[in-house]
Design a protein around this ligand. Sequence first.
Ligand code: PLP
Length: 380
Amino acid sequence: MSQDRSDSSSKSLSFPEERILLGPGPSPVPQRVLRALGAPTLGHLDPQYVAIMDETCAMLREVFQTRNPLTFPVSGTGMAGMECVAVNLVEPGDEVIVCVNGVFGGRMKDVMERCGAIVHAVEAPWGEIIPHEAIDAALEQFPKTKLVGIVHAETSTGAHQPLVGLADLVHAKGALLLVDAVTSLGGHELKVDEWGIDAIYSGTQKCLSCPPGLAPVSFGERALARMDARKTKPQSWYLDVSMLRKYYVGGGGGGRVYHHTAPINMTYALREALAIVLEEGLPQRIARHERMHQRLRRGLEAMGLSYIPKHSLHTLNCISIPAGADDAGVRRRLLEEYGIEIGAGLGVMAGKAWRIGLMGHGSTVRNVDLVLTALREILG
Ligand SMILES: *Cc1c(COP(=O)(O)O)cnc(C)c1O
């Protein structure tokens, strides 16, 4: 009897029931990516592995639409990407502007403060975008600003922040533009070079549909110059790009210098996930995210549900919980009866919003129609 129980419990722990991940991340991971994870683990200086890493970085450049040589996956999740960019570009006492209209802008402010920055927050109500004029006014008001940080896809509210033209305003004042693209990379149009973005980070488990664990980052020339001119070492040893680049880009003579052991099998998974993105084609993938968002939106609005942000992401749909609906009860039934995960409201939207993610591999007609049917049945 006890053997039976241990059998079934070890089975369920090793092979949890599959879910349809339509929350704020992670998104569903294709079998191809899961299989790639199981390839033989290599040494991190093995020429085979170095070739895989080089190819991964080259594909990241394509997906970021950049030529930046310093483009690589940081070992860690999206937040590690945020910390990496902040800790390398900010020195204690630097003045920076951070745009805050949701949880992740708030986190960026916190991270910058921990780096010793004097942070001037440009705020907008949750669910709204930050007008470029407000950023320009802050740059006028704080002329010593060295960097402007902004979230492209605010996953906590579903707001889609426009970025085109922003770099011109920021560069005119001698500052750098830093962008959080965790929930936009691979799902929304994002052109690092054309848009003049100086530093950017993302994560693997949102629109790239890879498990969580790596944070793609890219640094442009201005950001490199800023890092090279630092008077102090970054507070973080682990995330110090001056050392990391000797491994990811190669040291003098092209050799690789050990810093930390790269998460080998996660690199295989990311490489495979990026291959899938590029096989589909970036423009096609972005168009698919838009179509699926429109399909979901039509269905939700026909049921009388309404979107909170005016400028909605295609990758994350943030809707008001209808009056009388039991927030946790509805989400529990979605999970237990349909195997569907959606997200609860975060921060000031807790209890007020549901967040339906349509990211990467999860953004399909099947999933849209399934979640609409399930919600229609549950909400009756
Ligand atoms: C998910 C997310 C992060 C954090 O990523 P983790 O992988 O959870 O560390 C940062 N910014 C945004 C906009 C996100 O959606």
